[in-house]
Design a protein around this ligand. Structure first.
Ligand SMILES: [Zn+2]
Length: 135
C-alpha cells in the first residue's frame, strides 16, 4: 500500500502545482524517484493511473530514477551507490534502509565508514506541464 500512498501524495502535489501555475489541463508530470527509495514502479504507475484528479485526467506520468550519491564526511569524496560492489543481499538491505549502508560500505578513497547519503532518497515532482488558462 506504500506505493498508493506515494501516488496519492504525488497527485495531490501535482494538483496544487497546476492550481498555482494556472494550468487548466495537465499533460505531463515529471517525477523523480530516488534509487534508494523502495518503490515498486509498476504498482506506483498503476496507482497513478487509477487516482484521477480533475486536472490530471490526461496527464502522462514520467518517472525517472535518481542515482544515489554518497559523500565521505572525512575527505569529501563522492561516489555513486551503483558503482559499489555489493552482493545482492546487501544491496537489498541498503535499498530498504539507507542508514544501513554504513554497515556494508566504506569511502573508496580513505576507507572511512563516516559518509552521508547526498541523493537517491525520496520521491518528488520535478515539473508539471500543461495548458495555461486563458484570459
Ligand atoms: Zn573518505
Amino acid at each position: 500500500m506504500h506505493e498508493w500512498a506515494l501516488a496519492e501524495a504525488v497527485i495531490k502535489t501535482a494538483s496544487q502545482i497546476a492550481e498555482k501555475e494556472g494550468l487548466d489541463n495537465v499533460s505531463e508530470v515529471n517525477i523523480r524517484l530516488g534509487e534508494l527509495q523502495q518503490v515498486d514502479i509498476e504498482i506506483f504507475k498503476f496507482a497513478l493511473s487509477q487516482l484521477k484528479a480533475p486536472k490530471l485526467e490526461k496527464a502522462q506520468f514520467n518517472i525517472r530514477r535518481d542515482e544515489a550519491k554518497l559523500r565521505c564526511r572525512v575527505c569529501s569524496y563522492e561516489w555513486t551507490f551503483s558503482s559499489v560492489e555489493l552482493d545482492e543481499e546487501a544491496r537489498e538491505a541498503v535499498h530498504f534502509v539507507p542508514e544501513i549502508a554504513h554497515a556494508f560500505m566504506k569511502c573508496p578513497q580513505c576507507g572511512s565508514p563516516d559518509f552521508e547519503v547526498v541523493s537517491g532518497r525520496g520521491v518528488w515532482i520535478e515539473s508539471v506541464k500543461g495548458v495555461k488558462r486563458h484570459g
